[in-house]
Write a protein that binds this ligand. Sequence first.
Ligand code: IMP
Ligand code: MG
Length: 189
Amino acid sequence: MQDDIDRVLFDEAEILRGIDRVAAEVVAAYEGKEFTVVSVLKGSCVFASDLIRRLPIPLELAFVAASSYGDRTEGGDVKVNFFPAEKEIAGRSLLLVDDILDTGRTLHCLKNELLSRGAASVGTCVFLDKPSRRSVEFEADFRCFEVENLFVVGYGLDFAGRYRNLPYVGALRSEVYERELQAAERSGS
Ligand code: IMP
Ligand code: MG
């Protein structure tokens, strides 16, 4: 797995420093308010679990599952696989937490869906932000790090379902995804 990584962008110590900084911003914004952290599965599970343990204020936790269509490095249509129960959304202040803000389609779609299901407000917090890739106008309220236009894996982020368990964020070697795309084309998927 390590051999597929071209270079490490953020190591464990740097990640935790970034989360500490964002956690302080979230606490300043939500202290004294009732709110729910909504972790976007699967990618944000690692980030969300580190983040919430650095928020020493009352909060609830919920999950939403979304996927961009397919295993490719280019996002397709957003598919929402499940929502929190209605009572976890209606009238609540939500903080959507995701691994990476890329084209912006996932968070744009989820924010609108949650508001239309009655959320009182929907803030957004992302571990990584790739502003150069945006295809819809969308900015996160909180973000840990900006990244250049590279495909990154680790710390929850996957390629074709793998690498989420790497404790750091690394750039995937281009040969790895080219190999995978060729295999997918050969199998006709
Ligand atoms: P969106 O393009 O902003 O909708 O991002 C959708 C999803 O694409 C993210 O939640 C990630 O799961 C995935 N994604 C985007 N860029 C990367 C990347 O560099 N590595 C791994 N996953 C990514
Ligand atoms: Mg993903």
